[in-house]
Design a protein around this ligand. Structure first.
Ligand code: CO8
Length: 258
């Protein structure tokens, strides 16, 4: 009904599941995938009934990178004038919280796509890496920046310079992923996390997300000030009244998401 070919969209209550669906190419991210995933995510982002978005791939591959065959013949001006991959940045600018549920390969653009999400859950089968150097290129969807912020210079340099991959255990130890889940439970666990987030006040969840994200953009003093302003602002919401009243009354809160 939504007309997408490379991504499946499923709504479950206040959550949504986006499943990359280009199995023959291990979900390689071509321009169509980019257009469709970004459009689907932005449509959900505009929907106040959607409180959390999960992005997943297949058991074999979250995504095996940007589409190498599509890029191979392009020249500098093709890439520059098309501003190749710039639309992916919009995924990082969504206000609705997002969860990446990664099984199998998350290489190159696939790893970068996972890092564009707010929460990163890995199956025990997950494999992360930035192997672009082996193709004579470098990461182009933020990998050199987000991987370095996530795991530090030591591992980021080694991964980007050698193309070596990390398994789920190493990725968790390095701080790239929040948790490892058995592969056959990955999507259900990610949806459970999404349901938890979607049960919170939507504007307050947006502010929590915005505040954490700010840590990657600014100094500590400015970040703390930014957080303090949002903290004061949540006292203008009905959900703050409800959340604190529910605690006092010893009952679960029912957020009106406002
Ligand atoms: N692009 C296009 N097609 C792909 C890709 C890809 N990234 N990955 C896999 N495929 C295709 C294969 O070509 C193959 O297609 P076919 O059946 O038609 O030959 C099919 O998917 C299955 O793949 P394999 O047969 O290779 O499966 P294996 O299980 O043997 O291997 C691997 C799986 C190890 C994941 C292997 O496919 C692989 O190494 N893939 C490439 C991984 C990679 O290098 N990714 C990084 C790509 S570059 C990138 O993401 C960012 C570039 C930034 C550029 C910046 C521009 C601004």
């Amino acid at each position: 009904a939504d007309g997408y070919e490379t991504v499946l969209v499923e709504r479950r209550g206040r959550t949504a599941l986006l499943t990359l669906n280009r199995p023959k190419a291990l979900n390689a991210l071509n321009l169509q995938v980019m257009r469709e995933v970004v459009a689907a995510a932005e449509a959900l982002d505009r929907d106040p009934e959607c409180g959390c978005i999960v992005l997943t791939g297949s058991a074999r591959a979250f995504a095996a990178g940007a589409d190498i065959k599509e890029m191979q013949p392009r020249g500098y001006l093709d890439m520059y004038l098309a501003d190749w991959f710039a639309a992916w940045d919009r995924l990082g600018q969504l206000r609705t919280p997002t969860v990446a549920a990664v099984a199998g390969y998350a290489l190159g653009g696939g790893c970068e796509l996972a890092m564009l999400c707010d929460i990163l859950l890995a199956a025990d089968t997950a494999v992360f890496g930035q192997p672009e150097i082996k193709l004579g290129v470098i990461p182009g969807i933020g990998g050199s920046q987000r991987l370095t912020r996530a795991v530090g210079k030591a591992k980021a340099m080694e991964l980007c310079l050698t193309g070596r991959t990390m398994d789920a255990v190493e990725a968790e130890r390095a701080g790239l992923v929040s948790r490892i889940v058995p592969a056959d439970e990955l999507v259900e666990e990610a949806m459970a996390v999404a349901e938890t987030v979607a049960g919170m006040s939507l504007p307050v969840a947006m502010m929590a997300k915005e505040s954490v994200a700010r840590a990657f953009e600014t100094t500590l003093a400015e970040g703390v000030r930014f957080e303090r302003r949002l903290f004061h602002a949540v006292f203008a919401t009905a959900d703050q009244k409800e959340g604190m009243a529910a605690f006092t009354d010893k009952r679960p809160p029912v957020f009106g998401h406002r």
